[in-house]
Write a protein that binds this ligand. Structure first.
Ligand SMILES: [Zn+2]
Length: 297
């Protein structure tokens, strides 16, 4: 199945439903960070959930979701533009627990023991560049359940969030995807709970593995849903650039800038999100230093 994201609606039960395949996104994330099993699964679920939140929020701006874990994984971070361009990182990309037995690799793996306890923190920006932040306690450290608990608490609406990243025997990503359902004030909650039962506890993993194409997957998840918008995609794309790196260096104090320029050698900066390496020359740092001194008069 190719990557795709579809926004659909169950008009009778009044549910908004988004279903995405994000296999390529999770593969790109794994390649960028050379991540082990735990981070590939955790970050994959978070990238999918964050992209689905952003694509369904119907507002301009970015959505950032941070998993602040007191478990061994430390921190997972993902952000998405309103058009579904996602990126993210794990503070402990090398984690390889649980070891997934070959015969169970097509099943949902539990990573909660590496992630919980902790908090979910969400920052949303709007078109005017203003930020709003809110946070909620983690549910069980499985990422999708945690994001669902956050939405239930912060938006006070029932929701379903189920995301999976399944791995091949060699640890690379086989298939990934997610489901995001929002209730409306007059939704039929029985229909929401029935849909939840079709995707939680590893059933989405079974559907991702066994569905031969996307229409089959969608009809198995939400048989009464009608597609309401043209197809979208969640894509892995970082927004870093040398200009942004220089912009970040400009924020340093003159003392720090002087010390860096004084070394007379290039400064290496790696993007946290995509691991792209940037080199800033001593001359570039000196130019920023001088323009700051001049601006002071
Ligand atoms: Zn980057």
């Amino acid at each position: 199945m190719r990557d795709v994201c579809v926004l659909a609606s169950d008009k009778r039960a009044r549910l908004e439903i988004a279903v995405a395949v994000t296999t390529e996104v999770c593969r790109e994330a794994q390649r960028a960070h050379s991540s082990g099993t735990t981070s590939t699964i955790g970050l994959g679920r978070l990238l999918t959930a964050t992209g689905l939140m952003a694509l369904t929020s119907r507002r301009l701006g970015t959505t950032s979701v941070q998993i602040l874990s007191r478990g061994r994984i430390g921190q997972l971070f993902a952000d998405s533009t309103e058009s579904g361009e996602v990126r993210g990182y794990s503070r402990r990309p090398e984690l390889m627990y649980p070891i997934i037995p070959k015969e169970r690799r097509l099943e949902r793996a539990s990573i909660g023991a590496m992630v919980a306890p902790g908090r979910v923190s969400v920052v949303r920006s709007n078109a005017a560049g203003e930020y709003g932040q809110s946070a909620a306690p983690m549910a069980n450290g499985e990422i999708d359940r945690d994001v669902e608990a956050f939405i239930a608490q912060s938006e006070q609406i029932p929701a379903v969030v189920a995301c999976e990243t399944l791995l091949e025997a060699d640890g690379t990503v086989m298939v990934a995807g997610g489901v995001f359902v929002r209730a409306m004030p007059d939704s039929e909650l029985d229909a929401l709970y029935a849909l939840r039962d079709r995707v939680i506890d590893g059933r989405l993993a079974e559907l991702l593995v066994s569905s031969e194409d996307f229409p089959t997957l969608l009809s198995r998840i939400a048989p009464d849903a009608e597609i309401v918008e043209e197809e979208k995609r969640i894509v892995w794309k970082c927004r870093c650039s040398l200009e942004r790196v220089l912009g970040a260096i400009e924020l340093l104090g003159v003392q720090d800038l002087a010390e860096i320029a004084d070394k007379k050698e290039p400064t290496g900066v790696d993007c946290d999100f995509c691991r792209t390496h940037y080199e800033v020359t001593a001359e570039q740092v000196m130019a920023i230093f001088e323009s700051k001194i001049q601006a002071r008069g």
